[in-house]
Design a protein. Structure first.
Length: 152
């Protein structure tokens, strides 16, 4: 069953780009923008990450922390963070367990070909670890995503 608005997120979220375990309790007292994206260094994902980077100070002022998730491995995330100077961590969800828990690992279709992939989705989580809002793939504006979170 996919995580919905009103649900508490799991305590263990996964391992970041440095192999460090990231937990829900690491963000206690802060709001969390947990964003799932398909792939490091692709045009839409880079635009989204850079929007969050550029709006990071404003997001922090508003009480948010940012955490990205994709199925890319830690080495790929390290390169993505370095190349685009991202000030937040990225979870390497290589086994897609976290994506499955959140219901964002789903069948997609491109040019008539069906495949499994990540639905670009952001979960806004309150200070107690409860999902307050979900911004779905059809709503996300990759180039303006930080403002979308701030103006939720």
């Amino acid at each position: 069953m996919a995580i919905q608005v009103g649900d508490k997120v799991p305590e263990v979220l996964g391992l970041d780009q440095n192999g460090k375990e990231i937990k829900r309790s690491d963000f206690k007292g802060k709001k969390l923008a947990l964003y799932f994206y398909p792939k490091d260094n692709t045009s839409g994902c880079t635009a989204e990450a850079c929007s969050l980077r550029d709006g990071y100070q404003e997001l922090k002022k508003a009480g948010y922390e940012v955490l990205g998730v994709s199925k890319d491995n830690a080495k790929s995330h390290q390169g993505f963070i370095t190349k685009h100077e991202l000030p937040f961590n990225l979870i390497a969800d290589t086994d897609v367990k976290l994506q499955e828990q959140f219901g964002v690992w789903a069948e997609k279709s491109m040019y008539g070909r069906k495949y499994m992939g990540t639905l670009r989705t952001t979960f806004i989580i309150n200070e107690e670890g409860i999902v307050e809002k979900i911004i779905g793939s059809k709503e996300i504006k990759t180039k303006d995503h930080a403002n979308q979170i701030l103006n939720k």
